[in-house]
Design a protein around this ligand. Structure first.
Ligand code: MLT
Length: 252
């Protein structure tokens, strides 16, 4: 069954959670993995991210769309495209937190955006027995509220997956047909307006490009307020979860 959590509050137990924050957290995480970061450590808060600082880790994120004090870079996919360390620690208002929350409810957690649209769909279809799984596309939203651009991307994914859909998934699919192109849908969102106001229009344009990257981030390890996501490429599946120790070190 393909379900959509239109807001983070609707997220529930599922076999697979696919977290979507197209503007910009999951786009940035996917871009970082495509650039060659070994993992993206999604942190639930700025404080958690700062506590994860170690040599070889790059701190990225935002508050009100701007780089937080003490961070190395913002939440732009363009910044994430430059490999500046081995691991990217990512702390954002909605997206990285949604990934941490999804890890509490679901055995598998994947990160999706438009940049990896076909790769994420291929990964889900190639995974074991999709028909028997409950897949929930989790829209990270904006401060708990619905974000149009995330619902649009959930609809794009839902319409490409086989299998029955819940009513929430049908709603997301119907949103897709309201727009002629992804950029139109993203541009109509409040989050895009904020980014444009800050001179980050290019981020919106880039995040609206579909199926540009083969990278697919999947939860590899969980720790206190942090989830490590690694690139599983197009079809690989991870066999087991590791545990992050208190310093956020990825176990063997
Ligand atoms: C978030 O997680 O809230 C976003 O990705 C916000 C942003 O990119 O500025």
């Amino acid at each position: 069954v393909i379900d959509v959590a239109l807001t983070p509050a609707e997220a529930s137990e599922a076999d697979i959670a696919v977290v979507i924050d197209v503007l910009r957290a999951t786009s940035t995480a996917t871009q970082a993995l495509a650039a060659g970061y070994e993992s993206v450590l999604c942190a639930e808060s700025i404080e958690r991210a700062l506590a994860l600082r170690r040599p070889g880790r790059v701190l990225a994120g935002e508050r009100h769309a701007i780089k937080p004090d003490g961070f190395d870079q913002g939440n732009s996919p363009f910044e994430a495209a430059y490999l500046r360390g081995r691991h990217l620690v990512l702390a954002t208002t909605n997206g990285s937190r949604a990934a941490v929350d999804a890890a509490r409810n679901c055995r598998r957690v994947l990160l999706a955006c438009l940049l990896n649209l076909s790769a994420i769909v291929d990964t889900l279809i190639a995974g074991p027995d999709l028909d028997a799984q409950r897949v929930q596309l989790v829209c990270a939203g904006s401060h708990g509220a619905l974000a149009l651009e995330d619902v649009y991307v959930a609809g794009r994914i839902a319409e490409l997956l086989p299998g029955p859909r819940t009513e929430a998934a049908e709603v997301a699919v119907s949103v897709v047909h309201r727009w002629r192109a992804p950029l139109e849908a993203l541009d109509a969102s409040a989050n895009a307006a904020t980014l444009r106001r800050l001179g980050l229009t290019a981020d919106v344009t880039y995040c609206a490009m579909e199926s540009q990257l083969d990278a697919v981030g999947e939860m590899r390890a969980v720790g206190d307020g942090v989830v490590a996501v690694c690139n599983i490429g197009r079809s690989a599946t991870l066999k087991r979860l590791a545990v992050l120790d208190s310093r956020g070190t990825l176990g063997a």
